[in-house]
Design a protein. Structure first.
Length: 729
């Protein structure tokens, strides 16, 4: 029987060549005009990729095997990402809302109307009544520009970014423990670790290529410990799986430290020489015996003891975590409690030993470094530090008194819009209607805005509420830099021009600044000039890019910060020799006792609800829901439910059920899986409207990081009349 699968050569030999301009299922066999070495536009691994460009269109990709991080490998999102470039939904003109929907406008009209609205609202209600929301998938250059635009051109304190929903608990904890917010090690250290704890990270789906590093460690004999309420794909090959009850992470970390101390598996010398605060932590964890820890966390005492033994007796170790422990009202405390394990064993700042945070967004690291956070100035400076304020005010040529103070965080901005205190908003590449908890409230807030301008490349669900939509640029339509989850600043190359009349984001921002009378502060002709200003602004700050340039980054396939001078090679591994970034050079233990989540299960809502991602989708889905092959892989949200819970509720696989929380409800098919705790259900959050998991989630915030508690709230499941299991019909 003839094979139904043809190679290109076999097909052409049998049927003749396809017409030159006819791509078949995304397979475009035409010779490209050029191959552009750049990076994936999705997660924080920032895999190297070569985009095939013909006639100013991206028509495919080739692996970039020399780029050391992924060596040509890509996950499903990276393989399909080129298909977004030609999507018919691409915004190609500015749009202005009319009574009959949107009409196309020219740039002068759209930008003039936006500037008029800013002036009108600020003169009536004050500068801070106009807010700005940025994103962490954008380049370092844009992150810097967003911060400068908000403070210099808008003069508002209220600027924040969508990383507030992602990385901020880890960032705050890193600064508190180490004095600096960056992964301690290059990823090349991971394969040399002899034990790895992966806690709250669905690594294989959210950061797929890093799985390869963990597997290499396993091939070298490492023990892999996974801690999660779900047996995620990476957990399937773990040596030890700890099925923690949602919202109990710090208690589990305390239980592990209790065992390390009890068995004398700690490094007293390192603790003495390089840390502060151990005694209070020792006292705190004394009560966290394996049996108490089991009672709180649901993890068997023997498993806790075994995990502590693996960690305690290893020569080298790596702790990696992500949103699973960070998306909580005690996200910062959870992270600090796990960092205690690293410090107690002194295994940090050494080859094969250390710590890292998994960054979900493409520029989750760089996006939080250059001043688009409400409390931050360029170079990771603190907006409340008088010295830092003076430095940046002088650098920007402003009196320090004109530099706004600390503003509101992203969720607080939405809350203040809902309360009528903030009247105007510009957002760029941020889709809060899908990504912020309690979406009913977000919708109400957007409806209350007196003026809203959205800069985006597709019409996101949030942009539909805008008065003016400014057609911005896709990643491949601009150049710049991003900083990967390991702290390596890499170079994005411009592959194609912006589609139609769309413009590069930085050009839109600079034009708007000009119309607001601040054009002399935004006199940039290209991204490289913005990067050069960013590096100078960062010099001497906690996050120092001072010695970087586009040429240096390209020549070295990335440069790790700190890189303070042009002759500095960059710093792949931090804290070598036990030198931390606090002024006394010492790291800090933190003793936060466990406390329950903001909303725990009870009689009316007896099941834990948790949310997260799937491998084929990215964030609010604005891009990945438009890429056919990724949609096919996971077309709509499903509710993961354990067979025991399903049997108790009489729910069948595929049956449409209603999930109800105190915020709202949604109906969706049940997916019965053994890989989740029987007291917990899971729904991925990438879809809008009635399919949005964030209709259900709780907007309670961590008091330090102001991250919402996406990862735990209480729900119940209701059966729907007449909605029987399709598989039983
Ligand atoms: Fe690499 Fe992440 Fe892109 Fe996948 S989504 S190809 S892991 S950068």
């Amino acid at each position: 029987m003839a094979s139904l699968i043809y190679s290109e050569e076999e097909y052409i030999a049998q049927y003749g060549p396809t017409p030159n301009d006819t791509p078949v299922n995304g397979w475009d066999s035409r010779e490209p005009d050029k191959l552009v070495k750049t990076h994936c536009c999705f997660c924080g691994v920032q895999c190297g990729i070569q985009l095939k460009v013909k006639d100013d269109k991206v028509i495919g990709f080739e692996p970039w095997e020399e780029f050391p991080v992924n060596q040509g490998k890509l996950c499903p999102k990276g393989v399909k990402r080129y298909l977004q470039n030609e999507h018919p939904d691409r915004l190609v003109d500015p749009l202005i809302r009319t009574e009959n929907g949107y009409r196309e406008a020219n740039w002068d009209e759209a930008l003039n109307q936006t500037a008029d609205a800013v002036r009108r609202i600020q003169s009536k209600y004050g500068k801070d009544a106009f807010a700005f929301l940025g994103g962490a998938s954008m380049t370092n250059e844009k992150a810097y520009l967003n911060g400068k635009f908000a403070r210099v051109a808008l003069g508002t304190a209220n600027i924040d970014y969508n990383g507030r929903l992602c990385m901020v608990s880890a960032g705050a904890a890193n600064k508190m423990a180490f004095g600096v917010d960056r992964a301690a090690n290059p990823w090349s250290d991971i394969p040399n670790a002899k034990v790895i704890i992966l806690t709250g990270t669905n690594l294989a789906e959210c950061f797929p290529i890093l799985t390869d590093y963990v597997w290499r460690a396993r091939d070298n004999g490492a023990k892999i410990i996974v801690i999660d309420p779900r047996i995620t794909p990476i957990a399937r090959t773990a040596d030890l799986f700890l099925p923690v009850r949602p919202g109990r992470d710090s208690a589990l970390a305390h239980g592990l430290l209790h065992q390390l101390i009890k068995n004398d598996w700690i490094d007293e010398r390192f603790i003495e020489d390089h840390t502060n605060g151990f005694e209070a932590t020792r006292e705190l964890v004394e009560k966290y015996t394996p049996s108490l820890t089991e009672k709180i966390t649901g993890v068997p005492a023997a498993t806790i003891a075994k995990a502590a033994e693996f960690w305690g007796l290893a020569e080298t170790s790596m702790l990696l975590h992500a949103r699973g422990i960070e998306h909580h009202t005690k996200g910062v405390e959870n992270v600090l409690s796990y960092i205690n394990l690293v410090l107690a064993t002194g295994r940090i700042g050494k080859p094969g030993s250390g710590y890292g945070t998994i960054t979900g967004q493409g520029n989750g690291q760089g996006g939080r470094e250059h001043g688009q956070r409400c409390n931050q100035l360029p170079g990771g400076r603190d907006i409340n530090d008088q010295g830092h304020r003076n430095e940046i005010a002088e650098f920007w040529g402003l009196p320090e008194s004109e530099l706004p103070g600390e503003g509101l965080t992203a969720c607080e901005i939405i809350n203040d819009i809902e309360d009528g205190k903030i009247k105007g908003l510009i957002s760029i590449s941020f889709n809060p209607l899908v990504s912020i908890p309690d979406s009913k409230r977000t919708r109400k807030a957007l409806e209350k805005l007196e003026f809203f301008a959205a800069i985006d490349f597709f019409m996101s669900e949030t942009a539909r509420y805008a008065d003016i939509v400014l057609a911005g640029s896709l990643q491949e339509e601009d150049e710049g830099t991003v900083t990967t989850g390991e702290g390596r600043c890499v170079r994005l190359r411009n592959s194609v021009p912006p589609a139609g009349n769309a413009r590069r984001d930085w050009e839109i921002i600079c034009d708007l600044a000009d119309r607001l009378g601040k054009g002399d502060h935004f006199d940039f002709s290209n991204s490289e000039q913005i990067f050069d200003e960013l590096t100078k602004a960062s010099q001497g700050g906690p996050i120092d890019y001072g010695g970087m340039s586009y040429g240096k980054i390209e020549a070295n396939m990335g440069v790790f910060w700190p890189c303070p001078t042009t002759d500095h090679p960059g710093t792949p591994r931090l804290f070598e020799g036990g030198k931390f970034f606090h002024s006394d050079g010492r790291a800090r233990f933190h003793a936060f006792d466990y406390r329950p989540p903001a909303e725990d299960v009870d009689h009316d809502y007896p099941i834990f609800f948790t949310s997260g991602r799937v491998v084929s989708q990215y964030l609010s889905g604005t891009q990945t829901r438009r890429i056919g092959g990724l949609v096919d892989q996971y077309p709509e949200p499903l509710c993961e439910i354990h067979p025991l819970l399903a049997a108790r509720l009489g729910v069948f696989d595929g049956e449409v059920i209603r999930v109800v929380t105190r915020r709202g409800s949604m109906s969706l098919p049940a997916q019965i899986v053994k890989s989740i705790r029987p007291d917990t259900i899971f729904i991925p959050y990438h879809w809008p409207g009635k399919k949005a998991a964030n209709q259900l989630t709780n907007r309670a915030l961590d008091p330090i990081s102001k991250i919402p508690e996406f990862k735990v709230c209480a729900c119940r499941i209701e059966k729907l009349e007449g909605k029987t299991n399709p598989k039983m019909n």
